[in-house]
Design a protein around this ligand. Structure first.
Ligand code: UD1
Length: 374
């Protein structure tokens, strides 16, 4: 069977590592995988570093699409992916998550009857102003197999009628929904030891285990709204000062660009906050494993916080990973100064439970076996 894996943004490259590893180790005689990179993320520390560290094969195709408005970025990807799918025959495409690269892959492949396999299907924020929510809903609808990472994701698809849907795909096949666990959990377990062997970030930044907070901010509704961004940064600076604790902030290029053009700079007035470039996977894994607590608007970092048993302040109005909030391991604080401070106090001062919720670290194998069976 010949599969095209389509990736483009940082989290997809990371997730693809788990499946590529399972293809190489367990399915190399039955599955041939080729990789297409749309070029959505192009800075070396947003893309190439992950190929180098995680042992993912270099992409066979790179569309070099780069940045742009949603429409023009997605349109260039659709046309580039379609061209490749017409030139070379594939039995299916694997797509990850909810980025514009996911949307483009789903539209291009489904229109020319190449089956779509969506990993991280069924997640919903129920916030239709998020570009990611639009992307994941469209991709789920166009997918022959929806690989849901959690029971909540399965329940969301059931509520949207996926189980009873009369829709048929190529050769009259019905859609499948599979609760396979989370490929990110596979990766965190697999790479945590390697990260501690290879990463020197703790020494470079002079950090002690449990002695700092890790924070990340990159969602467009936080970065592109000056009031929200300032409110988050003020809360971080005040927490650092009040508790005399360092905060490590690896900055996404989007956030960096906005801050470079902002006159008011709460970060420069707080020496306890250390801004670093986007971290490699080994470095972010070390920073997560050793943090006292994590504050983030990233979906992936929320989960990795949970995998490494770190409480998490969620800098968004809602989350797709509701299990984390239901188990009180994370608190939704949005970009609200007071709620961020309160959530930090609550999580820093009280013990938190971290039950197993994201599978058994063998999600990638289940995914490949299900695709072969289909
Ligand atoms: C994208 C995904 C988001 C994911 C995130 C992970 C969409 C709609 N969103 O958001 O779901 O959580 O990736 O990082 O696809 N930029 C650079 N260098 C790069 C990449 C981006 O400078 O290598 C800058 C560009 O100015 C670009 C901006 O960041 O315009 C935003 O990048 P974009 O790909 O549009 O979305 P992300 O915010 O990265």
């Amino acid at each position: 069977m010949k599969i095209l894996t389509i990736i483009g943004a940082r989290p997809q490259i990371i997730k693809a590592a788990a499946v590529s590893r399972a293809v190489a180790n367990l399915y190399s005689s039955r599955i041939e995988e080729k990789i297409l990179h749309t070029g959505q993320h192009y800075d070396a520390n947003m893309s190439q570093v992950f190929f180098d560290e995680l042992g993912i094969p270099q992409p066979h195709y790179n569309l070099g699409v780069g940045s742009g408005s949603h429409g023009s970025q997605t349109a260039k990807m659709i046309s580039g992916i379609e061209e490749i799918l017409i030139k070379e025959t594939f039995d299916g495409v694997i797509l990850y998550g909810d980025t514009n690269s996911t949307l483009a892959g789903a539209v291009a492949a489904s229109k020319i009857h190449v089956p779509v396999f969506h990993i991280e299907a069924g997640l919903r924020s129920f916030n239709m102003t998020m570009p990611e929510e639009i992307n994941r809903i469209v991709c789920d609808q166009l997918s022959s197999i929806c690989f849901a990472p959690t029971q909540t994701a399965v329940d969301n698809l059931r509520r949207e009628g996926f189980m009873e849907s009369p829709a048929t795909f190529l050769h009259g096949k019905k859609r499948r929904v599979c609760n396979c666990g989370d490929v990110m959990y596979d990766n965190s377990i697999y790479f945590s030891t390697l990260a501690s062997q290879h990463s020197t970030v703790m020494q470079q930044l002079n950090l002690q285990p449990g002695g700092y907070i890790l924070a990340t901010i990159h969602r467009d509704n936080n970065t592109d709204n000056p009031q929200r961004l300032q409110s988050i940064l003020r809360a971080l600076a005040d927490i650092a000062r009040q508790d005399n604790i360092r905060i490590i902030l690896p900055l996404h290029p989007r956030t960096r660009k906005i801050l470079d053009n902002t006159p008011e700079q709460p970060l420069s007035s707080c020496p306890l906050i250390t801004v670093i470039p986007p971290a490699s996977f080994f470095d972010i894994t070390m920073l997560e494993q050793n943090a006292k607590l994590i504050m983030t608007d990233s979906g992936g970092v929320q989960k990795e916080a949970f995998f490494f048993e770190k409480p998490c302040v969620i800098l968004r109005p809602e989350t797709e990973w509701v299990e984390i909030v239901n188990h009180r391991a994370g608190i939704i604080a949005d970009a609200d100064y007071n709620r961020i401070i309160e959530a930090y106090r609550q999580l820093a001062d009280h013990p938190v439970q971290f039950p197993h919720l994201f599978g058994d670290a063998h999600a990638a194998e289940k995914i490949l076996q299900t695709i072969l069976d289909y």
